[in-house]
Write a protein that binds this ligand. Structure first.
Ligand code: BEZ
Length: 330
């Protein structure tokens, strides 16, 4: 469904019982927006900038109150809050949404792309946008746009020279079935855990490593306890900017367009920043953290993992084949 159709669909909903009164439309409104990342993160910086954009474009009627670092609970809790209308907006990972929208799993297909520029192209594709159509029914939210973080790497406590050495290793992952299956398929023991819990788990040796992007490795200083990085780029990692359907239906058509355009601007800026800064972040890690990097670890390191993962997940969603086809056309 196109953005225009999403706006039209919700005009219809809003035209029913929840139509905003003229007085309501003039009221100042602060949208409560939750996210799991800390204030220093690019997402949080763009959410702050989104607040400014909304204020400017609405002549001061709209603003954002951000709840960072999972203050309102983990992503599953925030999704429930969006569904009940207790929360207005959230920037949530595509990983969390795979629990409710099986097609989202295709965005976590292992080695779907080999670099972050192609990841950006996938998140901006019609195919990815179509996947958002399932959100209102499955989650009670409207997905306005995608953004992302950097490509995911493996950061380990001990040196790793072969996939065999990863067998039995407890590796922290973002909770999500498609990510979990990838790690199980080469014999690791995936440990699903929300972002704020990781540092202590690593410091206390409850985990042997993690699946992570450069931005978070730097922000959270994971290299202090996991100084060996396998540069795998094994999956891309998306974010969806969500609005509660209940909140959306209270906005006039004009205001929905205003919010949607502002959100798109900051989704796009987030994507562009990750693409532009990825190389530099790797250099910073190399130079400043003392981390030891094994470069260019590709799918062949993991044997026939792509074929096995695809065979399993293609049964659950046609988007595995569609996204592989899309990437082959780049
Ligand atoms: C994670 O769960 O690994 C994660 C979530 C959001 C941003 C960065 C990392």
């Amino acid at each position: 469904m196109s953005r225009k159709n999403i706006l039209a669909l919700f005009s219809l909903v809003a035209g029913l019982a929840l139509a905003p009164s003229a007085a309501m439309a003039q009221q100042e409104q602060s949208f409560r927006l939750g996210l799991i990342t800390p204030p220093v993160h690019v997402w949080n910086q763009e959410v702050a900038a989104l607040g400014e954009t909304l204020q400017e474009r609405s002549d001061g009627r709209f603003s954002i109150t951000a709840y960072p670092s999972g203050q309102l609970g983990n992503e599953a809790t925030m999704l429930q809050q969006l569904q009940t209308g207790a929360l207005d907006m959230a920037w949530l990972t595509t990983a969390e949404l795979t629990f409710r929208v099986p097609d989202m799993a295709a965005l976590h297909a292992p080695f779907l792309v080999t670099n972050i520029a192609d990841a950006a192209r996938v998140f901006r594709s019609d195919e990815a946008r179509e996947i958002l159509d399932a959100l209102p029914r499955a989650t009670g939210t409207v997905g306005l746009c995608y953004a992302m973080i950097g490509m995911r790497q493996m950061v380990m406590r001990n040196p790793i020279d072969s996939a065999e050495e990863l067998r039995g290793q407890r590796i922290r992952i973002t909770p999500a079935p498609p990510i979990s299956r990838f790690f199980e398929m080469f014999g690791a023991a995936p440990a699903p855990m929300p972002l704020p819990a990781i540092y202590d788990a690593l410091a206390n040796a409850q985990i042997d490593g993690l699946d992570m992007d450069y931005e978070s490795i730097i922000n959270f200083r994971y290299y202090e306890h996991a100084p060996y990085l396998l540069e795998t780029n094994h999956h891309m990692f998306g974010m969806v900017a969500l609005v509660s359907v209940r909140r959306w239906a209270q906005l006039s058509e004009e205001d929905r367009e205003l919010v949607s355009d502002a959100m798109q601007l900051h989704c796009d800026r987030t994507i562009d920043r990750f693409v532009e800064e990825e190389e530099d972040k790797l250099d910073r890690l190399r130079e400043a953290s003392g981390i030891r990097i094994t470069e260019g670890v590709g799918p062949e390191f993991f044997g026939d993992i792509v074929e096995r993962w695809d065979a399993e997940w293609a049964e659950r969603t046609p988007y595995v084949a569609r996204l592989r086809e899309l990437v082959a056309s780049f």
